[in-house]
Design a protein. Structure first.
Lengths: 225, 225
DNA sequence: GCCATTTTTAAGGATTTTATAAGGAAACGA
DNA sequence: TCGTTTCCTTATAAAATCCTTAAAAATGGC
């Protein structure tokens, strides 16, 4: 989903400049030239606000003061006011960043994206082993940038091996650890899962699961990284 | 609870300067002069990390790269490198701020406090996720300009999933989270609600609820790069 | 090199889980 | 009370996973 941003600045040239820069990152930009017409309720629609500080009529600080209580999204100030006092005041009003003019558009984009990214960052219980990243909350494993299409059983076996990297498990132990109890023909079922796991990891040219002949399987320990 | 911060810088004078400034705000400061000795696991103890970029041995960028995947807290760079390219690179590594030296201690404090404040700020009135807007006070959800005709139960399940985007919930967990306790045939009831929710979201061509086969449901986590 | 054992691979059916649809009970407001 | 809405149950269809079976390949000991 495209993030929606609102930019408030009385300088129309600046507005179109900022709009052009941020649209490159695929954001949807609304602009407003007059702070006084900005409604707090409308601000709730946005994922991020960019406010110029010095504007005729209502200034950015005043606008921020009006809306901050009802808006949870990041608020960034764009300003030529370089004094420390103004900066501290801006942050004191609940702002999240304070970008001094003149700024490069590259910096603007980097900062905006950083704030948007943070909005979706959440405490995660993740495990990184051998190039595979396990999100134990989402029950999802990924390699590099893409998600590995593990089934539930495959994921569980994989996670269990990775969690106890270096330790060898027999097929029976694996089955019991993952599915809770001992079944009959479990060993061949586990072998099947291992096969599928390896096939899915092969796409990324990684094969962290080693076979210990006559015993079982283990996750290769610390490939340096 | 006092926020705990870690500052990594090879310049001992800078370390003590920064420490003194941040302790004024009541933060607890740990310092480290050698990036190479910083363990990712230890970083999880902190609420915020301040990294110098240019250090002998391992530099700040390298350190950030090592730990970002396992650390959820804000990471701020302190640097004399003023070029745009370095700044963009820093943010690209998942950093949250990039403070150029020389900086005033007032600015440092303001920025650090802004980041810490944001960590504890959470959606109170409205929540914007995946194109759906939740008014958590009115218990109303909307997409675009029109209101979604959710029933109370549907809204609650939907909001709970959106609030904990990325986390998988079993049907039983969802039922308990929403209706307060465990019922008998809850699982099929939840499935029915999910169906209705998806049908109502389909009008707007959005389907943020994914089923994790054999586990439950989750709200798709936005990835804003 | 040969054999017994173990692992890997492949394919198919059995099982489990989810999606969908329809109907009835319960709660709610008029 | 009536009618509406919401919620839950049940039944069936559809989908995905899991397990079994059997054959091919690999391994280790002799």
């Amino acid at each position: 989903m495209m993030p929606k941003l609102l930019v408030v600045d009385d300088d129309l040239d600046m507005l179109s400049l900022v709009r052009a820069a941020l649209e490159k990152d695929g954001h949807q930009i609304d602009t407003e030239a007059d702070a006084a017409t900005v409604q707090p309720a409308r601000c709730q629609l946005y994922d991020l606000l960019l406010l110029d500080v010095m504007m005729p009529g209502e200034d950015g600080f005043s606008l921020c003061r009006r809306i901050r209580a009802e808006v949870d999204c990041p608020i960034l100030f764009l300003t030529a006011k370089a004094e420390d006092a103004a900066l501290v005041q801006g942050f004191g009003l609940g702002a999240d960043d304070y970008i001094k003019k003149p700024f490069s558009l590259a910096e603007l984009r980097a900062r905006v994206n950083a704030h948007l990214r943070r909005e979706v960052r959440q405490p995660t219980h993740t495990l990184n082993r051998g190039g595979v990243r396990f999100d134990m909350q989402a029950k999802v494993a990924s390699a590099g940038e893409h998600t590995l299409p593990f089934t539930k059983g495959e994921y569980s076996i994989c996670e269990h091996l990775a969690l106890h990297a270096g330790q060898v498990f027999t097929k029976e132990q694996l089955y019991e650890a993952v599915f809770g109890f001992d079944a009959e023909g479990d060993s061949s079922a586990v072998a099947e899962h291992i096969k599928n796991i390896r096939a899915k990891l092969k796409v990324d040219a990684i094969s962290p699961i080693e076979t210990v002949w006559g015993v079982g399987y283990k996750w290769r320990k610390n490939s340096v990284l």
